[in-house]
Design a protein around this ligand. Sequence first.
Ligand SMILES: [Zn+2]
Length: 297
Amino acid sequence: MDLSVVNHEDYFAKIGDDHKFPINKFGELANYLIKNKIVNKFHKPVACSEETLKRAHSEQYIKNVKNKTLDEITIKKIGFPLVDSVVQRSLVATGGTVLASKLAIKNGVACNTAGGSHHANFEGGAGYCVFNDVAVAAQYLLDRGLAGRILIVDLDVHQGNGSADIFKDNRNVFTFSMHSKSNYPAKKSISDLDVELDDNMEDGQYIKLLKFYLNQLNEENFDYVFYIAGVDIHFNDRLGKLKISDEGIRERDEIVTENFFSKGVPLCGVLGGGYNKDFNKLVELHSFLHQSCAKLI
Ligand SMILES: [Zn+2]
C-alpha cells in the first residue's frame, strides 16, 4: 500500500522573496517526495470550512482572518502579511490536516506536507501560525466520534503553547511537548506533559529522553495520535538551540511513528517548523517524517 500524503499547491503562498520564513519549502518538499518515489500521488484537500474551524477558534478571529480585518498587533504576532494567498494557505493547510487525520484512521498512518501550526490559540495566531490545524482536526475527530482519547506528540523545538491553551480543560486530548527551554515562546503555557530541553542537547540524550517519555505515554490508552515533527531541533537551524544531527531526526521520526503504528493507534503526521540555514537540507529533513511513515506500510 502507498502512504497517504495530503498536499496542495496553495501551501506555497507568496509572501515576498525577502521574507524570513522559508515558504518555498512546501513546493520543494512535494517535488522531493515525488522525485524520490516516497509518494506516488497526493491527496488534495479543500479549504477548511468555517464550521470546522470553529471547533478550535473563535468566530470573530476566523472572520477577521477571512476578511483580512485583523488588527495590526495580531498580524505582527503571526509574522506573515495578511494577504489573500496567506489566508488561502491557512485554510487549505488546515483542511489538509483534517483530511490526513481521516486518512490515518483508514490506513493506520497518513501525513500532511504542511501543518503543525501549534502557536495559534482560540483567539488568535502567533509565530507563523494562523490556524491551529492539529487542534481543529483533533476536535473534529472527537466531535464526529472518530476518536475518543487523542495524544498530541509535539517535538518541534518550540513549545506547543497554542495547543496547550486550547485543550487545557479537555480531558480527551493530551498535549505532550518536548521543546527547548530557552526558546520561543518566552512565556510558556502548561501542556499535560512538558519536557524542557537544555541548549545544545545532542542526539544521545535527546533520544534517551524521547524513549523514556514515550514509554510513559504507552501506559495510557490513547486511540489516536497527532505527531508534529518539527525539524528545527537540527544543529544548523536558524531558530533552534539544540544540536540534533540528520541521523538523530531520522531516528526520532522512526521511533515515534513505529511506536504507535505497531500498537494499531492511527497516526497523523504534520510538518511543524524548520528554518535550516541550508535550504536543500531543510527539505530533506522534513521528508524524514514521510519516509518513516512510508516504511511502515
Ligand atoms: Zn518550531
